[in-house]
Design a protein around this ligand. Structure first.
Ligand SMILES: [Zn+2]
Length: 271
């Protein structure tokens, strides 16, 4: 599932292909993907609009239009965005297509169909959920963690996944951050010492920054992978490695569930 670093890859790779382009035609093949309008309204609103910018906030992407309207989208579990020539046949599960005046298309493909798009007219508020996000991970300070996670009796893992506290962290990077900070994901937020909260702050910034860099790929690699070039990342130390030896101490990593989410940690290296 794409998390902040993967969504940032989508943004950086596709922005040069979208900014400045005009939408000639819109095709919606799966109506429920358009969350707050009918497909017909969405198509009418988007057609003829020129793209001014393409930005990210947490795991949400926003296409800003010159008119002041915005299209907010969330890839959820399996959503991908690619640029294809208009004559290229659709692959299965191609749900939304923006045909641009240059005969290229932005295509949204989503096998599970949970991804969503919202259209907001100029000067109307964002109701996608992006408006209620906490700060970006790279802006997190120790004082902020003391006021939020440090006050809560909930498991650290659950707090890291709460998009209202920190935007963009999902199951993968929550496990990686806990491992690198040396803290068990099962610990209650208010049990963390100042030193542990400091380690957590350092690793939240470091892990997200590093993976944004790891995932930086040229368009050709991104296109060949159909927008999933970030998968199977060799740089992950704990996620998906339950039962395998810890890369620090060699003991087998523990797989468990916290708040219904699979979690992996090292009982020896994480206190
Ligand atoms: Zn270990």
């Amino acid at each position: 599932m794409p998390e902040l670093p993967e969504v940032e890859t989508v943004r950086t790779v596709l922005a040069p292909y979208l900014v400045g382009q005009t939408v000639q035609k819109v095709t919606v093949n799966l109506p429920k993907v358009i969350a707050n309008q009918t497909p017909a309204q969405f198509c009418q609103n988007m057609t003829g609009q020129t793209i001014k910018n393409f930005t990210r906030r947490g795991k949400f992407l926003t296409i800003h239009l010159h008119s002041g309207a915005r299209v907010v989208l969330h890839l959820r579990m399996t959503g991908t965005l690619t640029i294809e020539k208009a004559e290229t046949p659709y692959t299965k599960h191609t749900h939304v297509v923006l045909t641009l005046l240059n005969r290229q298309e932005l295509r949204f493909v989503d096998s599970r169909g949970f991804g969503r798009w919202w259209y907001f007219a100029p000067d109307t508020p964002d109701t996608s959920g992006a408006e209620r996000l906490g700060p970006e991970p790279q802006a997190i300070t120790l004082a902020y963690l003391q006021q939020t996670i440090g006050q809560r009796r909930t498991a650290l893992k659950t707090l890291l996944l709460d998009q209202h506290i920190i935007a963009g962290i999902g199951n993968i990077y929550a496990d990686e951050i806990c491992f690198r900070a040396g803290i068990r994901p099962t610990r209650q937020g208010n049990s963390l010492t100042s030193a542990e909260l400091q380690a957590l702050q350092t690793q939240i910034v470091a892990v997200i920054t590093e993976f944004i860099q790891f995932h930086h790929v040229p368009f050709s690699v991104y296109a060949q992978s159909k927008g999933t070039s970030y998968q199977n990342d060799a740089n992950l130390r704990v996620y998906g490695r339950a039962g395998k030896p810890c890369q620090k101490c060699g003991q087998p990593l523990i797989g468990t569930r916290i708040g219904q989410r699979s979690s992996v940690y090292c009982a020896h290296c994480q206190k």
